[in-house]
Design a binder for this molecule. Structure first.
Ligand code: XIL
Length: 300
């Protein structure tokens, strides 16, 4: 099958990528498929706080190093995922209840992880999933101890650590243009934070969709791009029970919006997906490209 990455780039976009990690890259045909068909990788789990920095001052670099080396040797772009997230967070961070200690923990974590891969990571998901469905701030150790101040702390630390990386705020259920999490949450807050000088370069919409969800995400890309950010990306696309129009609609939605730079699918094979029901990905259990993949090729 033709590379959707090469075809997407020929239309002026940055890449079509896929999430993976060492275990997947060393199993079956995953590495061969990513080499041939995708231009970017996101570590599915290995850079999350609980994995890479499980105890204060202790870092597990093995799996993240493997992914970064694999991608760098093959000229694949890398999206770092993720510095500040309430989930898959190390227990020691969850237990901090002092402003100075939590601030220093965030700064130390970003400077250690971001510093190790400095210059090799094109985009960082600096903050992941910080909004509730109504657009308010999610209750987490970060918001409880620091209010929304953790946003500036994290983005400033990321910019200082790796100035060439594009810094993203990322979230899920940003799939409908008039949804409160989009309008009152992401759009209103990102414009406010940009006006305060917080260095946010892009908004990521994860794109964990159901059948028929492609059209709504395509419209939402435009709403996110209408903020003052430089760029937007679809960062974790998977579509349960998708009809062939869904992947096409998302891809076309990104093509039609100049600020939309890239699409990343959240895995290669259906059976390896984090939510395998409804065969949400682009390759089947035999590593064959599915109709959804071929429909994207046809569009591009
Ligand atoms: C998921 C991984 O795919 C799973 O392997 C893991 O068990 C849980 O996390 N939003 C995100 C991703 O930002 O990091 C999540 O990845 C899926 C939802």
């Amino acid at each position: 099958s033709q590379s959707i990455d090469k075809l997407f780039k020929a239309k002026g976009k940055d890449f079509y990528g896929a999430a993976t990690d060492q275990g997947r890259l060393q199993a079956g045909k995953n590495a061969a498929i990513i080499e041939a068909n995708f231009g970017q990788v996101t570590p599915e789990n290995s850079m999350k706080w609980e994995s890479i920095n499980p105890r204060q001052g202790q870092y597990n670099w093995g799996q993240a190093d493997y992914l970064v080396n694999w991608a760098t040797e093959r000229n694949k772009t890398i999206r770092g995922h993720t510095f500040v997230w309430h989930s898959q967070l190390a227990g020691w961070v969850n237990n901090l209840n002092n402003r100075d200690q939590l601030t220093k923990a965030i700064q130390d974590h970003i400077s250690a992880v971001g510093g190790r891969y400095k210059g090799k990571i094109a985009h960082w998901d600096v903050i992941n999933e910080m909004f509730n469905e109504d657009g308010s701030l999610r209750n987490s150790v970060f918001s409880r101890v620091l209010g929304e101040g953790f946003v500036k702390i994290a983005f400033d630390a990321a910019r200082a650590t790796d100035p060439s990386a594009k810094l993203y705020i990322n979230d899920y259920n940003l799939d409908q243009p008039n949804y409160a999490k989009v309008t009152r949450g992401m759009v209103a807050n990102v414009n406010k934070w940009l006006s305060q000088g917080i260095p946010i370069d892009g908004i990521g919409t994860q794109g964990h969709l159901q059948s028929g969800g492609g059209a709504g995400l395509a419209q939402t890309i435009k709403v996110l791009a209408a903020t003052n950010v430089k760029e937007v990306a679809v960062t974790e696309l998977d579509i349960q029970n998708s009809n062939n129009n869904d992947y096409v609609a998302v891809t076309r939605g990104c093509l039609e919006e100049p600020k939309c730079r890239s699409i990343t699918v959240w895995g290669v094979r259906d059976q390896d997906s984090w939510r395998p029901q409804g065969n949400p990905l682009l390759f089947d259990s035999n590593y064959n490209a599915k109709a959804n993949y071929n429909a994207i090729v046809q569009l591009l």
